[in-house]
Every structure is written in C-alpha cells, then in structure tokens.
Design a protein around this ligand. Structure first.
Ligand code: EPZ
Length: 430
C-alpha cells in the first residue's frame, strides 16, 4: 500500500493548476445513461473514483474513449472522454460495484427514466455517517416509480408509458437526491417541480450539461427547479467545472505553510464563503480572471469559528482541511459539522501531530498550538487524509501518511502539484 512522506517547513511558491471537480465529473458521467447519443466530457480529472465509475458504467453497456489531453498551457488540463450509452445491456448495478463508491447508486434514476426499470444495490453506510437514501427514493416515487427493497437492492419500475412529472419537495438538502430527481425528471412526461434542491455548483454543472443535451430546466442554481420532460435527450460536449474543494484545500495549504501561489483555473464564485473565512484567518486572496492568487506572509494564523452548511455555506468537504489550519492558529476555534454525524475521524490523527482538539457532540474545539511534530498517521477518508497533509506542511520533521488510496480517490496528482510549489513530498510504494 502506498504512503506519502512530507517534511514540513517549506513555504509554497509558484502555480498550481486546478483539476475538474470529482463531484461534478461523477454525476456528469452518469448522465450519459440518459441518452443513446455520445456525451463528451472535457476537463475530466484522472482519479480512482472516475476509474471505478467507468467500470460500473461499462457493466451497463456504456463505451468510453479518451479523446485527448488539453495542453498544460490551458487553464483546464484534464482529459476529454466520450461516453456512449447507445445500448444499455444491463439495468442492474450489483453490490460488488456500488459498495465501492456511493455515487454509483445515482445510476438508479437515469436507468429507470430511460429503460423503465433498474435494480441497484443499496450503497450501505460510509465512514462519515449513516447516509441513508430515503430522499432519493421518495423523489423517484413522486414521479410515479414503484420501488421495492429486496435483499439489499432497490428495485425500481416506471409505470406503463414511463415516469410522469410531479412535485418533489425535499425536507432537507441532499446533493445526491437532487442529482437523481433532476435526471429522472428530464425524461418524465410533463412538468416536475423540485423544491429544496441542492444548489452546490456541481449540481448546477450537471443541470447545465443536461440543458446542452436538450433538457428543459428553469431555476438552475436555485433551490426551486422546474423541469419540462422531453421524449429523449441528445449528445453534448461539456467541460467539468473546476474543483472548488481542491481549490479550497490548496488555499488552506498556503494559508498554513506561507508563500505565494496562483491557483490556475480556480473559480472564486463557487467558493465565496470559504474564501471569506480564510481571509479572516490572515491569508490574502486576490481573485483574477484566470484563477486565484493566495499570499500568506509570516503573520499569525487567526482562529475563526466555522459551521458547515449546504451551499453557499461553508462546505463540509473543507471542514477537515480547515481544522488542520486552525490547529496552528492563535486562539481557540469552534468547528461545527452539521452535514454528516461522524466526520471527525481526522481529529485523532491530527492529535498525533501535536494538535489540541476536544470534541463536544457535533463541534470540535481546536486550541491552536505553536508547533507540530511529524509522526506516522493514517488517512481515514478522502478529505481527512488531505487535512493530515496540510498539518504536515508545518510539522517539524517527517510525517508519513498511510492508506493514501483515500487521497487518490479524489485528488489528482497531489504530490506532483505540491512538489511543484516547493513542498518536500514523496510517495513510497510497496
Ligand atoms: C455529496 O454526497 C458529495 N459526494 C459529498 O462529497 C459531500 O460531502 C456531500 O454531497 C455534501 O455536500 C459527491 O458529490 C459524490 P448528501 P451525498 O445527500 O450526495 C443526508 C467528498 O468528500 N441524507 O447531500 O451523498 C445525509 O445522510 C464527498 O467528496 C439523508 O438523510 O450527500 C447527509 O447527512 C463525501 N437522506 C446529508 O443528507 C437521503 O436520502 C447530506 O448528504 C440523502 C441524504
């Protein structure tokens, strides 16, 4: 199993290119199931999760081909991949596949909408919380689907003549349930109104791609979406939006290590709340046409309180990274996690580096320390693992992070990008 080693103490200077967003790329790939025409996705990040979903889509009969690479001089530099779901050969997504990655459960809606039936394994629990799917299922039921649960599988059937439009009123914000509702509604007969939709930029990106495919959607970017169903969707070309979580992670890395870094391709408009918070900690952020510049001088890091919220609030996917920053702040920071009930597994690992963090229910109370020291630590989930890397940037000596397959799921070329701006980092393979 690979590990990474980081030796702390170097500032970060130079340029880092921001990749396409994992959490937009995955649902965009899944929308290819809605049409028998090719969907070409540009700026695709090269990630383990993308490879996993490629295998899952392949099982349904989707063909994909890498079409080329953007020049590194472009602000977007991911791969271009064409997805072709002309023939769906299987409407079952088995446990062995869905259990590898929760987002693969989202194939349910497009398979049901296009093929009239789908059998998809329940995704099961996940390290960061129980993560039920009741909202996904109630949304599909509101469009006329018959749903049964059998031996750990969701078996969904559309009525004769297909799904019909309806009113979906979400009692709480769910990104995944919004993706499913939106995808299903595009092919349902008549009008669907989704209330309480997630407004995350990744949902907006998917909705914009669906419009390019011929879907009729009003209210994109707001909690109220109105969709007029169409008989079929066509092909399209779409570039995956820049990854706001990678951007926020790098901003916090510079805020921690000090230095001057330009984040090429970063989209400040998808990260306003987090940028405001990070500025309050003492980093300077300059929004430019082609990206974001982050400067942190030798001044102290100020302690700030944060509460995670659905977009446009402070993202749960940046909570662990922000906690790592607060570990070295002057004063005490309270970090409240309101989205997932068990997203504090990084606390124990940060403590191994010398952090002082106390947990009180859904709140972590972080008392800043003057220095951290390198240690052996373990990645527990995707964002938690990168928080350990942020702490390691300023820890005295060497930090060795194991189980970094979590990192590979969602950060493209992390070592290369860190190394390029002066971080002493190496991957050790066994
Ligand atoms: C998406 O997960 C992201 N995953 C997560 O990113 C992200 O943390 C999360 O949204 C919140 O922003 C992808 O986009 C692939 P939710 P999702 O449904 O859709 C509860 C990362 O690190 N809920 O918005 O699964 C749920 O338990 C990841 O990249 C229900 O109660 O999250 C949670 O408490 C991890 N019933 C809350 O809603 C449901 O039917 C929000 O979850 C669905 C969700």
């Amino acid at each position: 199993m690979d590990r990474i080693k980081i030796t702390g103490g170097n500032p970060m200077n130079g340029e880092m290119v921001i990749s396409g967003a994992k959490n937009a790329a995955l649902p965009l790939m899944i929308t290819s199931l809605l049409t028998d025409k090719p969907l070409t996705l540009g700026n695709m990040p090269r990630l383990a999760d993308v490879n996993t979903l490629n295998r899952i889509l392949g099982n349904h009969g989707v063909n994909f081909s890498v079409q080329g690479k953007r020049k590194s001089s472009d602000s977007l530099f991911g791969e271009t991949v064409a997805y072709d779901a002309k023939d769906i050969v299987d409407t079952t997504a088995p446990y062995e596949m869905v259990s590898r990655m929760r987002a693969s459960f989202w194939v349910l809606a497009p398979l049901l909408a296009r093929m009239g039936e789908a059998k998809v394994s329940l995704p099961g629990g996940c390290a960061i919380g129980t993560r039920p799917v009741d909202l996904h299922l109630s949304a599909l039921k509101a469009l006329g689907a018959q749903i049964e649960l059998e031996n750990g599988y969701v078996i969904a059937k559309a009525p004769q003549g297909g799904l019909t439009g309806g009113i979906i009123d979400f009692p709480m914000v769910s990104v995944g349930a919004t993706h499913q509702a939106l995808m299903a509604a595009t092919l349902a007969k008549g009008q669907t109104v989704i209330k309480g939709a997630a407004c995350e930029p990744e949902v907006t990106d998917v909705a914009e791609c669906l419009v390019k495919m011929g879907a009729k959607i009003e209210g994109i970017g707001t909690p109220n979406l109105t969709i007029e169903g169409v008989d079929c969707l066509g092909g399209a070309q779409h570039n995956v939006v820049a990854d706001r979580i990678e951007t926020g992670t790098f901003i916090m890395s510079v805020a921690m290590a000090g230095g001057d870094v330009f984040l090429k391709g970063a989209r400040a408009d998808t990260l306003e709340n987090a940028i405001e918070v990070i500025c309050q900690t003492g980093a300077q952020i300059e929004v430019q046409d082609e990206g974001i510049r982050v400067v942190k001088t030798n001044s102290d890091i100020q302690a700030i309180d944060v509460i995670t919220m659905p977009y446009p609030g402070f993202p749960t996917d940046l909570q662990a990274q922000f906690m790592a920053l607060m570990v070295k702040a002057k004063g005490v920071s309270r970090i409240q996690e309101t989205i997932f009930e068990n997203r504090f597994m990084h606390v124990q690992e940060l403590a191994r580096l010398g952090a002082k963090i106390q947990l009180e229910g859904d709140t972590a109370i972080v008392t800043g320390v003057d220095s951290l020291h390198g240690a052996q630590v373990m990645a527990t989930d995707l964002r938690a693992s990168v928080s350990l890397a942020i702490a390691a940037l300023v820890a005295e000596g060497e930090t060795e992070i194991s189980r970094i397959y979590h990192l590979d799921r969602g950060f493209e070329n992390l070592e290369e990008k860190f190394r390029g701006v002066g971080v002493q980092i190496e991957r050790v393979s066994e």
